[in-house]
Design a protein around this ligand. Structure first.
Ligand code: ASP
Length: 350
């Protein structure tokens, strides 16, 4: 890849690498008025204060910045490889990313960057940096401050976080819940890792513990052959069956009602069972943003335990979809796959 590299500041207390992937943060309007990504050079012009921060700052820019609706497996690998290649030279990493799929990317990176003990903070904006009321400036400056925060030489954050609108959330617990307010993200099932006020209030008990001995080890084998089946009342048999019986699919994230309930129709239970018998993994995730799956609490979820549907507990759909790609890409042993899907591997579920 031909990345563009720009040095903004060559001296400072801490060194941070900014990875610019695109997103509204750096967009301009094209001739039809639609927002499209532009190069990072303009960002520095819009935030001249970046040059005055007491931070050594470098930017690596994707050759063609993307709208994050176009993000895919290769982009996740590129982000992970950039971090791996530059891991020793920098104290922290800030990824500028579109908001639409930021929760997916931060989840995926939390799995791929095994042994991470430095901050990786994803952020973006709802209004482009060039607009007067943009949230881009605050989000970037705060993300840089968080990525450089340390205590006695130990980084305050040693995990993948998502910073937006005064809150730092655990990356794999976050979801984009609102598209037209500045408070776009939340993590309903996990407390914020830090809140930005006059001071930074770190939530020490929620932050991942720093492990000085950990070594970064990037796992980049991902399996794209997974599906997402969101249930709705009145769902026709043919559409559910089409997903469950598709031959290439190895795993299905099943978005169920409430605390993990599905319709208790014979055809549906049979379609699930047949998929499992053919070696597919079905992971039960709730459509609710808060709470967890409890298979067996209702009659409408009891049979799921009997046929081998796996409970995703309180994982988000974003974290579940990316976790399936990761686990099915890196593991082959069936018991290990089941164990990994039903228990936390990077703090993504309880
Ligand atoms: N479509 C944009 C993106 O995700 C939205 C944003 O950045 O806020 O890249």
């Amino acid at each position: 890849m031909n990345y563009k590299i720009v040095n903004i500041n060559s001296s400072g207390n801490r060194s941070i690498l900014i990875i610019y992937t695109g997103g509204t943060f750096g967009m301009v309007r094209d001739e039809d008025g639609a927002l499209t990504p532009f190069n990072f050079g303009k960002v520095v012009e819009c935030i001249p204060v970046l040059k005055n921060l007491n931070l050594k700052l470098t930017v690596i820019s994707f050759p063609i910045p993307i709208d994050s609706s176009n993000v895919g497996i290769q982009d996740w690998k590129n982000m992970a490889y950039i971090i791996e290649e530059n891991y020793m030279q920098y104290d922290g990493f800030v990824i500028l990313h579109g908001t639409d799929t930021m929760a997916y990317s931060s989840s995926m990176l939390s799995y791929m960057l095994k042994g991470l003990n430095k901050p990786v903070i994803l952020t973006g904006a709802q209004i482009p940096i060039g607009s007067l009321r943009s949230d881009a400036r605050e989000n970037l400056i705060a993300a840089l401050e968080l990525a450089s925060a340390e205590q006695e030489g130990i980084p305050k954050i040693s995990e993948v976080g998502l910073y937006f609108n005064y809150k730092l959330l655990r990356g794999n617990r976050s979801q984009k819940l609102r598209s037209s307010t500045f408070a776009a993200f939340d993590s309903e099932n996990y407390p914020p890792l830090a809140e930005m006020g006059i001071n930074i209030a770190f939530n020490n008990s929620a932050l991942k513990k720093h492990n000085t001995k950990a070594n970064l080890n990037v796992s980049a084998t991902l399996n794209p052959n997974i599906s997402l089946l969101k249930l709705f009342p009145g769902m026709p048999q043919h559409s559910a069956s089409a997903i469950l019986s598709e031959s290439k699919t190895r795993g299905v994230v099943l978005e169920t009602f409430g605390s993990g309930n599905t319709m208790k129709f014979e055809w549906f239970t049979k379609a699930l069972k047949e998929a499992i018998d053919r070696g597919k993994y079905i992971l039960n995730v709730s459509q609710c943003v808060g709470g967890e799956v409890q298979q067996g609490k209702y009659e409408t979820s009891k049979m799921l335990n009997e046929i081998g549907v796996l409970s995703g507990n309180n994982i988000t759909t974003e974290a579940a979809v990316t976790k399936m790609m990761f686990v099915l890409g890196t593991q082959t042993d069936k018991d290990k796959i089941r164990r990994m899907l039903t228990s936390p591997i990077a703090g993504e579920m309880d």
